[in-house]
Design a protein around this ligand. Structure first.
Ligand code: 6PG
Length: 245
Protein backbone atom coordinates (compact mmCIF):
# COMPACT_ATOMS: atom_id res chain seq x y z
CA UNK A 1 0.00 0.00 0.00
CA UNK A 2 1.60 3.28 -1.04
CA UNK A 3 1.70 6.34 1.20
CA UNK A 4 -0.74 8.06 -1.17
CA UNK A 5 -3.35 5.46 -0.34
CA UNK A 6 -3.16 5.68 3.44
CA UNK A 7 -3.35 8.90 5.46
CA UNK A 8 -3.43 9.19 9.25
CA UNK A 9 -5.06 12.18 10.96
CA UNK A 10 -4.17 13.06 14.54
CA UNK A 11 -7.80 13.55 15.57
CA UNK A 12 -11.21 12.31 14.50
CA UNK A 13 -12.26 15.87 13.73
CA UNK A 14 -9.32 16.27 11.35
CA UNK A 15 -10.24 12.95 9.71
CA UNK A 16 -13.86 14.06 9.26
CA UNK A 17 -12.85 17.38 7.70
CA UNK A 18 -10.35 15.74 5.36
CA UNK A 19 -12.76 13.00 4.36
CA UNK A 20 -15.52 15.48 3.56
CA UNK A 21 -13.12 17.60 1.51
CA UNK A 22 -11.90 14.54 -0.39
CA UNK A 23 -15.46 13.40 -1.13
CA UNK A 24 -16.50 16.82 -2.38
CA UNK A 25 -13.42 17.00 -4.62
CA UNK A 26 -14.19 13.59 -6.15
CA UNK A 27 -17.89 14.38 -6.65
CA UNK A 28 -17.07 17.67 -8.33
CA UNK A 29 -15.46 15.65 -11.15
CA UNK A 30 -18.39 13.36 -11.99
CA UNK A 31 -19.84 13.35 -15.48
CA UNK A 32 -23.46 14.06 -16.35
CA UNK A 33 -24.72 10.88 -14.65
CA UNK A 34 -22.72 10.25 -11.47
CA UNK A 35 -23.37 7.61 -8.82
CA UNK A 36 -22.34 7.60 -5.16
CA UNK A 37 -22.54 4.54 -2.89
CA UNK A 38 -22.99 5.58 0.74
CA UNK A 39 -22.09 3.69 3.89
CA UNK A 40 -23.74 3.37 7.27
CA UNK A 41 -22.43 3.29 10.80
CA UNK A 42 -21.52 6.08 13.19
CA UNK A 43 -18.28 7.40 11.73
CA UNK A 44 -19.89 8.68 8.55
CA UNK A 45 -22.54 10.91 10.20
CA UNK A 46 -20.23 13.86 10.94
CA UNK A 47 -18.76 13.54 7.44
CA UNK A 48 -22.27 13.85 5.98
CA UNK A 49 -22.94 16.94 8.06
CA UNK A 50 -19.68 18.57 6.92
CA UNK A 51 -20.60 17.83 3.28
CA UNK A 52 -24.09 19.29 3.72
CA UNK A 53 -22.75 22.56 5.15
CA UNK A 54 -21.00 25.46 3.44
CA UNK A 55 -18.51 25.63 1.82
CA UNK A 56 -18.48 21.98 0.70
CA UNK A 57 -22.19 21.77 -0.12
CA UNK A 58 -21.72 24.24 -2.94
CA UNK A 59 -19.18 21.93 -4.60
CA UNK A 60 -21.52 18.94 -4.81
CA UNK A 61 -23.23 18.62 -8.22
CA UNK A 62 -26.61 17.50 -6.87
CA UNK A 63 -28.13 17.68 -10.36
CA UNK A 64 -25.62 15.11 -11.72
CA UNK A 65 -25.68 12.55 -8.90
CA UNK A 66 -27.74 9.52 -7.92
CA UNK A 67 -27.26 8.05 -4.45
CA UNK A 68 -27.10 4.38 -3.53
CA UNK A 69 -26.21 2.36 -0.40
CA UNK A 70 -23.44 -0.20 0.09
CA UNK A 71 -25.50 -1.94 2.71
CA UNK A 72 -28.61 -1.55 4.80
CA UNK A 73 -30.07 -2.91 7.98
CA UNK A 74 -33.24 -4.91 7.27
CA UNK A 75 -35.47 -2.53 9.24
CA UNK A 76 -38.35 -0.23 8.25
CA UNK A 77 -37.38 2.83 6.20
CA UNK A 78 -37.59 5.35 9.04
CA UNK A 79 -36.06 3.12 11.70
CA UNK A 80 -33.28 4.59 13.83
CA UNK A 81 -30.93 1.85 12.59
CA UNK A 82 -31.61 2.57 8.92
CA UNK A 83 -28.57 3.74 6.97
CA UNK A 84 -30.86 5.47 4.47
CA UNK A 85 -32.65 7.31 7.29
CA UNK A 86 -29.29 8.53 8.62
CA UNK A 87 -28.17 9.64 5.15
CA UNK A 88 -31.43 11.44 4.42
CA UNK A 89 -31.30 13.32 7.74
CA UNK A 90 -27.61 14.27 7.73
CA UNK A 91 -26.84 14.70 4.04
CA UNK A 92 -29.44 14.11 1.32
CA UNK A 93 -32.30 16.26 2.60
CA UNK A 94 -30.02 19.15 3.62
CA UNK A 95 -28.49 18.99 0.11
CA UNK A 96 -31.94 19.04 -1.47
CA UNK A 97 -31.45 15.75 -3.30
CA UNK A 98 -34.67 14.91 -5.17
CA UNK A 99 -36.40 11.74 -3.90
CA UNK A 100 -36.09 10.07 -7.31
CA UNK A 101 -32.30 10.28 -7.10
CA UNK A 102 -32.15 8.44 -3.75
CA UNK A 103 -32.12 4.66 -4.27
CA UNK A 104 -32.66 3.06 -0.87
CA UNK A 105 -32.63 -0.69 -0.32
CA UNK A 106 -36.30 -1.88 -0.33
CA UNK A 107 -36.41 -3.20 3.24
CA UNK A 108 -40.20 -3.62 3.05
CA UNK A 109 -39.49 -6.79 1.01
CA UNK A 110 -40.49 -10.13 2.52
CA UNK A 111 -36.93 -11.26 3.29
CA UNK A 112 -33.39 -9.84 3.17
CA UNK A 113 -32.65 -11.91 0.05
CA UNK A 114 -35.79 -10.61 -1.68
CA UNK A 115 -34.65 -7.08 -0.86
CA UNK A 116 -31.18 -7.92 -2.16
CA UNK A 117 -32.55 -9.31 -5.43
CA UNK A 118 -34.72 -6.23 -5.93
CA UNK A 119 -31.81 -3.92 -5.20
CA UNK A 120 -29.60 -5.81 -7.62
CA UNK A 121 -32.23 -5.15 -10.29
CA UNK A 122 -32.15 -1.44 -9.39
CA UNK A 123 -28.37 -1.36 -9.74
CA UNK A 124 -28.42 -3.28 -13.04
CA UNK A 125 -31.11 -0.97 -14.42
CA UNK A 126 -29.00 2.05 -13.48
CA UNK A 127 -25.88 0.43 -14.94
CA UNK A 128 -27.66 -0.70 -18.11
CA UNK A 129 -26.25 -4.23 -18.02
CA UNK A 130 -26.30 -7.35 -15.84
CA UNK A 131 -22.55 -7.91 -15.82
CA UNK A 132 -19.94 -5.47 -14.52
CA UNK A 133 -17.39 -4.27 -17.03
CA UNK A 134 -14.07 -3.38 -15.36
CA UNK A 135 -13.59 -0.58 -17.87
CA UNK A 136 -16.96 0.97 -16.93
CA UNK A 137 -17.34 1.23 -13.12
CA UNK A 138 -20.82 1.17 -11.60
CA UNK A 139 -20.03 4.01 -9.19
CA UNK A 140 -17.97 7.17 -9.18
CA UNK A 141 -17.36 6.88 -5.47
CA UNK A 142 -17.94 4.19 -2.87
CA UNK A 143 -17.70 5.20 0.79
CA UNK A 144 -16.80 2.45 3.22
CA UNK A 145 -16.37 2.00 6.94
CA UNK A 146 -14.70 -0.97 8.57
CA UNK A 147 -16.00 -2.83 11.57
CA UNK A 148 -13.79 -3.81 14.51
CA UNK A 149 -13.93 -7.37 13.10
CA UNK A 150 -12.69 -6.22 9.70
CA UNK A 151 -16.11 -6.37 8.00
CA UNK A 152 -16.99 -4.02 5.20
CA UNK A 153 -20.55 -3.03 4.30
CA UNK A 154 -22.40 -6.04 5.76
CA UNK A 155 -19.88 -8.62 4.59
CA UNK A 156 -18.72 -10.26 7.79
CA UNK A 157 -15.67 -12.50 8.22
CA UNK A 158 -16.43 -16.16 7.58
CA UNK A 159 -19.88 -15.51 6.08
CA UNK A 160 -20.83 -16.65 2.56
CA UNK A 161 -21.48 -13.10 1.30
CA UNK A 162 -17.74 -12.46 1.34
CA UNK A 163 -17.20 -15.26 -1.17
CA UNK A 164 -20.11 -14.36 -3.46
CA UNK A 165 -18.85 -13.82 -7.01
CA UNK A 166 -22.06 -13.83 -9.09
CA UNK A 167 -24.64 -11.74 -7.22
CA UNK A 168 -24.21 -8.00 -6.82
CA UNK A 169 -26.27 -7.91 -3.62
CA UNK A 170 -26.88 -10.49 -0.89
CA UNK A 171 -29.23 -10.86 2.03
CA UNK A 172 -27.53 -11.41 5.38
CA UNK A 173 -29.78 -13.15 7.93
CA UNK A 174 -27.33 -12.97 10.84
CA UNK A 175 -25.15 -9.90 11.23
CA UNK A 176 -21.77 -10.88 12.56
CA UNK A 177 -21.42 -7.55 14.37
CA UNK A 178 -23.74 -5.13 16.19
CA UNK A 179 -26.37 -4.03 15.44
CA UNK A 180 -27.55 -7.63 15.31
CA UNK A 181 -30.30 -7.21 12.77
CA UNK A 182 -30.55 -8.84 9.35
CA UNK A 183 -28.84 -6.93 6.59
CA UNK A 184 -28.68 -6.40 2.84
CA UNK A 185 -25.20 -5.87 1.39
CA UNK A 186 -23.51 -5.23 -1.90
CA UNK A 187 -20.91 -7.87 -2.62
CA UNK A 188 -17.21 -7.22 -3.07
CA UNK A 189 -17.39 -7.10 -6.86
CA UNK A 190 -20.15 -4.48 -6.77
CA UNK A 191 -18.40 -2.40 -4.12
CA UNK A 192 -15.11 -2.53 -6.02
CA UNK A 193 -16.74 -1.41 -9.28
CA UNK A 194 -15.98 2.23 -8.68
CA UNK A 195 -13.77 5.03 -9.99
CA UNK A 196 -12.79 5.67 -6.35
CA UNK A 197 -13.20 3.92 -3.01
CA UNK A 198 -12.74 5.72 0.29
CA UNK A 199 -12.36 3.87 3.59
CA UNK A 200 -13.00 6.18 6.54
CA UNK A 201 -11.90 4.48 9.76
CA UNK A 202 -11.77 5.95 13.26
CA UNK A 203 -11.46 4.71 16.83
CA UNK A 204 -9.09 2.52 18.79
CA UNK A 205 -11.45 -0.45 18.52
CA UNK A 206 -10.52 -0.63 14.82
CA UNK A 207 -6.77 -0.80 15.38
CA UNK A 208 -6.46 -4.60 15.67
CA UNK A 209 -8.44 -5.24 12.49
CA UNK A 210 -6.66 -2.45 10.60
CA UNK A 211 -3.31 -3.88 11.63
CA UNK A 212 -4.42 -7.27 10.32
CA UNK A 213 -5.64 -5.74 7.04
CA UNK A 214 -2.31 -3.98 6.55
CA UNK A 215 -0.39 -7.14 7.28
CA UNK A 216 -2.38 -9.01 4.65
CA UNK A 217 -4.79 -11.06 6.75
CA UNK A 218 -7.77 -12.22 4.71
CA UNK A 219 -10.45 -9.96 6.20
CA UNK A 220 -13.30 -8.61 4.06
CA UNK A 221 -11.85 -5.08 4.22
CA UNK A 222 -8.55 -6.45 2.93
CA UNK A 223 -10.33 -8.09 0.00
CA UNK A 224 -11.74 -4.72 -1.16
CA UNK A 225 -8.28 -3.21 -0.83
CA UNK A 226 -6.97 -5.62 -3.43
CA UNK A 227 -9.91 -5.13 -5.80
CA UNK A 228 -10.07 -1.43 -6.52
CA UNK A 229 -8.49 2.02 -6.21
CA UNK A 230 -8.84 2.26 -2.44
CA UNK A 231 -7.78 5.26 -0.36
CA UNK A 232 -7.69 4.89 3.42
CA UNK A 233 -8.33 7.85 5.70
CA UNK A 234 -7.86 6.86 9.33
CA UNK A 235 -7.43 8.62 12.65
CA UNK A 236 -4.46 8.08 14.94
CA UNK A 237 -6.53 5.98 17.33
CA UNK A 238 -7.27 3.42 14.61
CA UNK A 239 -3.83 3.47 13.02
CA UNK A 240 -1.41 0.71 13.94
CA UNK A 241 1.22 1.69 16.50
CA UNK A 242 4.11 3.68 15.04
CA UNK A 243 7.05 1.31 14.54
CA UNK A 244 9.47 1.83 17.44
CA UNK A 245 12.50 3.87 16.39
C1 6PG B 1 -23.25 -0.49 8.67
C2 6PG B 1 -22.05 -0.10 7.85
C3 6PG B 1 -20.83 -0.80 8.37
C4 6PG B 1 -20.01 0.28 9.03
C5 6PG B 1 -18.92 -0.29 9.87
C6 6PG B 1 -18.22 0.82 10.66
O1 6PG B 1 -24.34 -0.64 8.12
O2 6PG B 1 -23.07 -0.56 9.90
O3 6PG B 1 -22.19 -0.11 6.56
O4 6PG B 1 -20.08 -1.46 7.40
O5 6PG B 1 -19.45 1.13 8.03
O6 6PG B 1 -19.49 -1.22 10.79
O7 6PG B 1 -19.19 1.38 11.49
P1 6PG B 1 -18.80 2.57 12.50
O8 6PG B 1 -18.47 3.74 11.65
O9 6PG B 1 -20.06 2.77 13.33
O10 6PG B 1 -17.64 2.08 13.31
Amino acid sequence: MTARDFTIFETRDALVAAAAGRIAAILATVGPRGAVCLTGGSTIGPVHRALAAPPLRDKIPVDRLDWFFGDERFVPAGHELSNAAQARATLLEPLGVPAERIHAVPTAAATPQAAADAYARTLAAWYGAGRLDPSRPLFDLVLLGMGADGHVASLFPGQPGVEETERWVVGVDEAGHPPHVARVSLTLQALASSRALLFIVAGSDKRPALSRVLSGDDLPAARVRSMGPVVWLVDRAAAPERPSK
